[in-house]
Design a protein around this ligand. Structure first.
Ligand code: OGA
Ligand code: NI
Length: 309
């Protein structure tokens, strides 16, 4: 997510007229034994999660629990985000990426903690609302009170980080990778994309292509949900492949706790007899800065706070 500056250079490179092979520093070979498969990824109906009908709501929370445990990933439908807004944000990102290189720095954030600028306050506000309701549902799916996660992690001043990713067309997609395998910091990430696939998630040691239905939002669990849930909801490894036909744009919205929150397993999840905290407490801000200072590399950062398996 910190690669925006280099991504715009990759775009420049990818559009050079005679490009037919990939410069060696961009070569990435996947293990040929790894197969990529289509899968039926869990679909969560947001309108049921927020339903006043207790049976509908309980069923949706149960499905959410399963999705977070099995996949760390789900497709959110009926989320209430207007389709024009979703499309508008993707178009705005496309406009940004198509600006001449010289005009881009004006819009670039200084670093990962810069406040969101630009054109996107409505999208951010709407996704904040989705995130707040999802957090309540996840708190319940963990067996906690609806507001327990919000209180413990100071979600009222939670951090949202917005990243627009541009994946140019690639002449030799088998030998490159758009974004390397990694897990996201924070609680969960909301992702939308133009109608071009590329995201893959790891499930039972295999990579699965994600082809979301129109007007949906993809949600993946992050490292801090793994920590808070004391390992019940593992953050999911994911990556993005490229293709030789169309450029792909995705917008990832990482949702963390408050920057000053010290994240540890939920108190009530580790108070029972014989239960121990499997992760050390760490301030979200310190975790984030340390993770972003290095290369994306699987779940390396999370392993540093892991105490036991
Ligand atoms: C990310 C990310 C995947 C995608 O930005 O953290 O994983 O499909 N993006 O663009
Ligand atoms: Ni990611």
């Amino acid at each position: 997510m910190a690669a925006e500056r280099s991504i715009s250079c990759v775009k420049h490179l990818a559009e050079s007229p005679n490009l037919s092979t990939i410069p060696t520093n961009y070569i990435y070979h996947t293990d040929p034994a790894e197969t990529e498969v289509e899968a039926s990824i869990p679909v969560i109906d947001f309108s049921l999660l927020t339903s006043h009908n207790p049976l509908h709501k309980a069923k949706a929370i149960h499905d959410l629990d399963q999705a977070c445990q099995d996949w760390g990933f789900f497709i959110l439908v009926n989320h209430g985000m207007p389709e024009e807004l979703r499309q508008g944000v993707l178009e705005a990102a496309a406009e940004f990426f198509n600006l001449p290189e010289a005009e881009k720095p004006e819009f670039e954030p200084e670093n990962v903690l810069s406040p969101i600028r630009q054109l996107l306050p409505e999208y951010c506000e709407r996704s904040r609302d989705v995130v707040s309701k999802l957090s309540k549902a996840i708190s319940q799916s963990l067996g906690l009170e609806e507001t327990e996660m919000e209180t413990e992690l100071e979600l009222r001043s939670s951090l949202q980080i917005f990243a627009a990713n541009y994946y140019p067309r690639c002449p030799n997609p088998e030998a490159a990778m758009g974004i390397l395998p990694h897990s996201d910091h924070g609680l969960f990430t909301l992702l939308i994309q133009n109608d071009v696939g590329g995201l893959q998630i790891q499930h039972h040691q295999r990579w699965f292509n994600v082809n979301p239905p129109p007007n949906s939002i993809l949600v993946n669990t992050g490292d801090h949900l793994e920590i808070f849930s004391n390992g019940k909801y593992k953050s999911v490894l994911h990556r993005a492949v490229v293709n030789d036909k169309t450029a792909r744009i995705s917008i990832a919205m990482a949702n963390g706790p408050s920057l000053d929150a010290v994240v540890a397993p939920a108190r009530r999840l580790v108070e029972g007899e014989g239960v121990v905290a499997a992760y050390a407490a760490m301030k979200y801000k310190d975790y984030l800065l340390e993770q972003q200072s290095g290369q994306l590399d699987g779940k390396t950062m999370l392993k540093r706070v892991r105490i036991q398996d």
